[in-house]
Design a protein around this ligand. Structure first.
Ligand code: SF4
Length: 736
């Protein structure tokens, strides 16, 4: 890795940034052979460029919101491979498969390469000057309150510029929407502990009881949690940590658990209150108000409601009492219901009575620059925007970092309401479903060719400002970074204030250098500070710790009885968040489509996971195509029969079923978001992702599922391959 020895901008100039010295293009559509790609030698190379030897640069992964630090290996001007940045306290040098696929997002042949203006059903290429002029004209022609900006989670200097732009317009309408987010848990944590995202110290816990938090797969910051989990399992204190996972559909974390307990959907809160009651009966000191609430949750009743055998409840209570501290985690399995907030509160109460708060549930760190702190999203924000669009209150809509046309349930009628907005601008990498609906599409730089800063929501150790910097020259001269676009828009509105910044790079450098004292560089000169920050890929922030409180109130806590039988829609649908496709934003990266799902090993398609008993009752076998119908719509997919799921539940992975986006995403699988019913958490108003009821019927076709494992007990080219084994045989509920 290069350490502070050169000017980063000169490096990019050497590589031909903005010049004709080295002409590079995407690997997907052009090649040296077809004569469209030119390879020329460097006219002038820096000392550190040695042909065939890689140089590493630190930056920040953009494949999910965890904000892991990355090191990109660059050779002859091209980034070839990503590794984790050892200096980042989020991922400590490690990465996940989704992060590795970042190079495929960068070299993707379907990236948009120039601004496109709608002309009927087509996009007509226009110049940036014309595109930005058009925006100026449109926002100038409407009232400020009719301009709205929809984004995914944002942080850092782009967030600050975005706010400044909205302020300059006089609009306060910034809607932050995340299709898959722990919003109910954040709200419950705020109530219970005073912070939305307390630090979960798995490494200090002796038992982890997780209610469907897939922290090894797709939950919040999986690379970080995987490392914590490794320490938890290492048994430094002589006793190997015990993981108990309670959920209705097995996740990757559930598959790694010592004890996997399948539970009736939505009864997680009842289970938590039953455990408190059992702990009180076993002599644990429980506050009076809590004891009064939990006394009716007897082990027998809880077993009947949840479907978890009484002996498992008793053994788990004994384990929690014996091994302290423990850590109880409320994951998406608990929060995805109309009473998700009550479930999450009951789980927080369990942490409190076990004395975990302050030991394994810790406070976070204050952020010294609140204007750059992460703005996290929820689904309620999209609902409000949707209502405003339906009432013709939005005249100009910007969208960035989110694809609501793909992720909104059909019942919202978001696509229809979007059509009521006269001028829609999408900042995008691909022509995804939302960009297709836009009037103006502005192509963005990839994360590997962009400048920016990122402040992740979950950092175990203090706070840090991650830096994103280009690892190579832009592949397509017609793309721009979001920071540069916002700066250009701000120059239209506040020219005096921003005229001193040639581009976003100069704005960013100036903003950081002028705050170097608070960014750990008080004693360094400007260049030394800046080059060290780029070299490390981050700066550590000095923030005061936020203490955690422990005042979960049991007053008024009532967790409703388990779901009622519904003869028309007898099954619960769990839309599963996979470690690779997540909410579908990465579906056009073929490595991710090709990576086998860790539990089913299925590739390149959706599937309906179903328990053998349910399949037998419906006369269904593996590979049958079935129709899954809710009150809101229907999808068709192949069935995968699997014992790691409750018989009352079926599960379909999210992220598949794109109708646009690119050649690798379009037409692959089905979109489970579309059939979700409009049921909301009663306290937060969040979409209750697990509350949709469905019926399943055979569609009259059968296919051979494309899996990585091959046929059970089979071989490949005469060589034995891994044999599939049912979870019954491996005894998933084995004792520890
Ligand atoms: S968890 Fe994986 S995808 Fe997400 S930021 Fe970290 S490396 Fe990237």
């Amino acid at each position: 890795m290069i350490e502070n020895s050169f000017n980063r901008r000169d490096f990019l100039k050497v590589l031909g940034w903005g010049s004709a010295t080295v002409a590079l293009s995407g690997c997907g559509n052009t090649s040296v052979e077809d004569g469209k790609e030119f390879v020329t030698s460097y006219v002038q190379t820096a000392d550190y460029i040695i042909p065939s030897i890689g140089t590493y640069f630190n930056s920040t992964c953009a494949q999910c919101d965890a904000g892991c630090g990355i090191m990109g290996r660059v050779r002859e001007g091209r980034v070839l491979k990503l590794e984790g940045n050892p200096k980042s306290s989020i991922n400590n040098g490690k990465m996940c498969g989704l992060g590795q696929a970042g190079v495929q997002a960068h070299y993707n042949p379907d990236r948009i390469r120039e601004p496109l203006l709608r002309n009927g059903d087509k996009g007509e290429a226009i110049t940036w000057e014309k595109a930005l002029g058009l925006i100026n004209e449109k926002v100038g022609g409407v009232r400020a309150e009719n301009v709205a900006f929809l984004t995914g989670g944002v942080s850092g200097h782009v967030k600050a510029l975005l706010k400044n732009y909205l302020d300059a317009l006089g609009s306060g309408h910034h809607y932050v929407y995340e299709a898959v987010a722990p919003s109910v848990m954040r709200a419950a944590n705020k109530k219970a502990y005073g912070v939305e995202m307390p630090r979960l110290r798995m490494d200090k816990a002796k038992v982890i009881l997780s209610f469907g938090a897939d922290f090894l797969g797709a939950w919040i910051s999986p690379v970080h949690f995987s490392q914590q989990y490794a320490r938890f399992r290492k048994a430094d204190n002589g006793k190997r940590g015990v993981l108990v996972q309670v959920e209705s559909k097995m996740t990757l974390t559930g598959a790694n658990a010592d004890r996997w307990l399948v539970i009736r959907p939505g009864t997680e809160g009842i289970f938590a209150l039953g455990l408190i009651n059992a702990l009180a009966a076993a002599g644990l000191s429980v506050p009076g108000d809590v004891a009064a609430v939990v006394k009716e949750y007897t082990t027998d009743r809880v077993s009947k409601d949840t479907g978890v055998p009484t002996e498992h409840i008793a053994k788990l209570a004994a384990l929690l009492k014996e091994r302290s501290p423990s850590l109880i985690i409320a994951g998406s399995a608990a929060e995805g219901y109309a009473h998700g907030s009550q479930n999450a509160t009951a789980i927080a109460l369990l942490n409190q009575v076990l004395g975990n708060v302050g030991k394994t549930v810790e406070g976070s760190s204050g952020i010294p620059f609140p204007q750059m702190a992460p703005t996290t999203g929820n689904r309620q924000a999209l609902q409000i925007l949707n209502d405003n669009m339906a009432q013709d209150k939005v005249k100009v809509l910007f969208s960035y970092g989110s694809n609501p046309v793909f992720t909104a349930p059909a019942s919202m009628k978001l696509k229809e309401n979007l059509k009521k907005v006269p001028f829609k601008v999408a900042f995008a990498h691909y022509m995804d479903e939302t960009a297709v609906e836009a009037d103006l599409v502005l192509p963005l730089n990839s994360a590997l060719e962009d400048w920016g800063t990122v402040m992740p929501e979950y950092i175990a150790d203090g706070a840090q400002l991650n830096i994103r910097q280009p690892l190579m020259e832009k592949l397509h001269p017609g793309t721009l970074g979001m920071g540069d676009i916002l700066l250009a828009l701000l120059k239209q509105r506040r020219p005096e204030e921003y005229k001193g910044y040639e581009d976003f790079y100069s704005y960013l450098r100036n903003a950081m250098v002028s705050n170097k004292g608070a960014l750990g560089g008080a004693n360094a000169d400007d260049n030394t500070f800046w080059e060290a920050a780029l070299s490390h890929g981050m700066v550590k922030l000095v923030g005061s710790p936020i203490n955690i409180s422990s005042h979960v109130s049991a007053n008024g806590l009532v967790v409703p009885a388990p779901f009622v039988e519904d003869s028309t829609y007898p099954l619960h649908l769990i839309p599963a968040v996979s470690a690779s496709l997540r909410d579908g934003r990465n579906a056009n990266e073929p490595w991710l489509q090709e990576s086998p799902d860790p539990l089913t090993t299925i590739v390149w398609d959706s599937w309906v996971e179903m328990h053998p008993k349910t399949a037998a009752k419906l006369g269904i076998v593996e590979g049958d195509i079935v129709e899954v119908a809710s009150k809101s719509g229907a999808i068709k997919a192949q069935v995968y029969v699997f014992t790691g799921i409750h018989p009352d539940v079926i599960s379909v992975p999210l992220g598949y079923g794109h109708e646009a986006m690119g050649r690798y995403a379009k037409g692959v699988g089905v979109n489970a978001f579309k059939i979700l019913d409009p049921v909301f958490d009663k306290e937060t108003g969040e979409l209750a992702m697990h509350e949709t009821r469905v019926k399943v019927s055979k569609a009259g076709q059968r296919v051979i599922i494309v899996k990585d494992e091959g046929p059970a007990g089979g071989n490949q080219m005469g060589r034995k391959i891994a044999v599939r084994m049912s979870s019954d045989k491996v005894n998933l509920s084995k004792e520890v």
